[in-house]
Design a binder for this molecule. Structure first.
Ligand code: FAD
Ligand code: NAD
Length: 491
């Protein structure tokens, strides 16, 4: 076996791992196998390399691409005026720099053939277009969809999630299937960009992160109607007044919004070659439909391997070092981890995949450390709405908003008319109803008298303050000094 995998070596310091590596001649297993070609996997690669720079790492990417980031797929790539954007996948990032969706160029990995996988002892190897279909945690092997079995020393499950579909979706005739799609990948972007370029009328079903971002982005290119059951955009996350205000802004960006509209039927009209969405007893026809109704974490591989699955949140259960079983680690959207500040959680956001991946990678390479860092997340809904957030943002919690102007919802009701004979002068005048305008503010989410979440609406660069608030370590005097903690993975 690869010498660095021997248990006594795992506990030693970094220098010892490097020295031991020099003694390796022909390893009979891959030192590290990372299943999944997303953010968590790529970040784990960097985490391993921080500890063990010459480590042999095999990345198994189910898509036909090497690791890439997803956030620009519903934002920046759509705002590009470059007609070639679907081929080069470059975008202008928040620093104004032209950057690629891919973390590294394909030729920076050693691309290997899934049918011919042999450990050599060092270097990053990448298999694309093949999925891991079986995991044996006792024999320490992963089997690929072509039947190849790969022995590993340590394995990471970073398989992300799969978009949910609607009940009627699979029953649609074949002609309609390509018109009713989910959205998560580069290939999904390429297909939807082609639809938008033809000026088709697109319906986006879902009022969450993806549905809202994508609707605003698509409105720059084509006609869009967003359909969802809640009272406003992001209503499961934002307090009601903010969800309603946000909906008005989304409409100003050109999106027709059908809120309070649960889709009760999805059909195909062969005559017009359109998709019919029924909601509130009314039928609406569209050329194309994007279903954005959340994801299911990809845990089948783990379930089949006998790993514990969180019955409530649906992720793979890991300890504080992101280890599910000995030598088996997990990171990203598919993980149910214990957050020491906020309790058990599963987080479907980029920064959690970056940090979780890095932590898992370092743990895999023999530098375990509890994953105690609070990740942040962000979203943009057109040029007027951008927010950063941390912790648990659940609109069913009590919220306290601090805004430049007081929201109407927080204004006390006008006092009842003075009773007959009462001294009218003693009744205070109703405060004038302020104009609802939530351009800038902070919303705190409270559970059991404790702040568990913080939304910074159109306020940037204060996530470290939010982190301290959540951890109860906030020093008010520091509030204006702190930089943003968002991380770039692009090499
Ligand atoms: P993924 O990125 O999904 O990667 C998992 C990969 O594993 C996939 O490529 C999948 O094909 C592959 N895979 C699955 N099973 C197997 C298998 N058995 N074998 C091999 N490979 C497999 N978050 C934010 O905080 N801010 C944003 O602005 C933001 N924007 C987003 C925009 C879009 C369009 C989407 C879809 C998500 C966005 N997110 C955002 C969420 C963020 O991208 C995810 O939280 C993050 O991608 C999770 O990383 P991951 O590595 O866990 O999973
Ligand atoms: P989500 O969980 O944010 O939102 C799900 C939405 O689905 C709900 O708001 C609801 O409106 C809708 N929904 C659920 N059941 C429905 C039904 N039967 N009919 C109609 N609508 C229904 O998930 P999403 O918006 O689909 O996003 C997909 C994934 O991508 C998530 O993991 C999300 O976190 C991630 N994402 C994150 C960001 C970000 O952090 N800025 C941006 C885009 C995507």
């Amino acid at each position: 076996a690869h010498a660095a995998l021997a248990p006594e070596v795992e506990d030693k310091e970094e220098e010892t791992v490097e020295e031991t590596e020099k003694a390796v001649v022909v390893p009979d297993r891959f030192q590290y196998v990372l299943i999944g070609g997303g953010t968590a996997s790529y970040s784990a690669m960097l985490g391993i390399q921080e500890v063990d720079p010459t480590a042999e790492i095999l990345i198994i990417a189910g898509e036909r691409y090497g690791p890439y980031q997803r956030p620009p797929l519903s934002k920046e790539l759509w705002f590009s005026e470059d007609p070639e954007v679907t081929s080069h996948l470059q975008f202008t990032n928040w620093e104004g720099k032209q950057t690629s969706l891919f973390y590294q160029d394909a030729n920076e990995y050693e691309q290997v053939d899934a049918a011919d996988l042999h450990p050599t002892g060092s270097g990053v190897k990448l298999v694309t277009g093949h999925r891991a279909v079986a995991l044996d945690v006792d024999a320490q092997t992963v089997t690929l969809d072509n039947g190849t079995t790969v022995p590993y020393g340590k394995v990471l499950l970073a398989t992300g999630g799969t978009p949910r579909t609607l009940a009627d979706q699979k029953a649609l005739p074949e002609a309609a299937q390509k018109r009713v799609v989910t959205y998560r990948s580069v290939d999904d972007f390429k297909k939807l960009a082609a639809v938008a370029a033809q000026g088709k009328h697109v319906a986006v079903i879902g009022g969450g992160f993806l549905g809202s971002e994508l609707s605003v982005a698509l409105a720059k290119k084509t006609k869009v109607t967003q359909v969802f059951p809640e009272d406003g955009n992001m209503a499961l996350v934002f307090p009601r007044y903010l969800a309603r205000w946000t909906t008005q802004q989304v409409q100003k960006e050109g999106v027709a919004v059908l809120s309070k509209s649960k889709v009760t039927a999805l059909k195909y009209d062969a005559e017009s070659d359109q998709i019919v969405i029924e909601t509130n007893g009314v039928q609406h026809k569209f050329d194309h439909v994007v279903v954005a109704v959340g994801i299911e974490p990809n845990v089948e591989l783990a379930r089949q391997a006998g790993l514990e699955i969180d019955p409530v949140r649906g992720g793979i259960v890991v300890n504080a070092e992101l280890e599910a079983r000995r030598n088996v680690f997990c990171a990203g959207d598919n993980v149910s981890f214990h957050d020491v500040a906020l309790g058990r959680r599963r987080v479907e956001h980029y920064d959690a995949a970056v940090l979780g991946g890095r932590w898992a990678g370092r743990s895999m390479a023999g530098k375990p450390k509890a994953f105690t860092h609070q990740s942040m997340f962000w979203s943009d809904l057109g040029p007027k709405i951008g927010y950063e957030a941390m912790g648990i943002l659940d609109s069913s919690l009590v919220t306290v908003g601090v805004w430049g102007q007081q929201p109407a919802a927080d204004v006390p009701a006008a006092p009842a008319a003075a009773a007959e004979g009462e001294d009218k002068a003693a009744v205070p005048a109703a405060p004038a109803k302020p104009k609802d305008d939530f351009k800038k503010g902070v919303v705190f989410y409270v559970r059991d008298d404790t702040i568990v979440g913080c939304l910074m609406f159109n306020i940037h660069g204060k996530v470290d303050v939010a982190r301290r608030v959540l951890l109860g370590k906030h020093k008010p005097a520091e509030a204006n000094e702190l930089p943003s903690s968002s991380t770039s993975l692009r090499k």
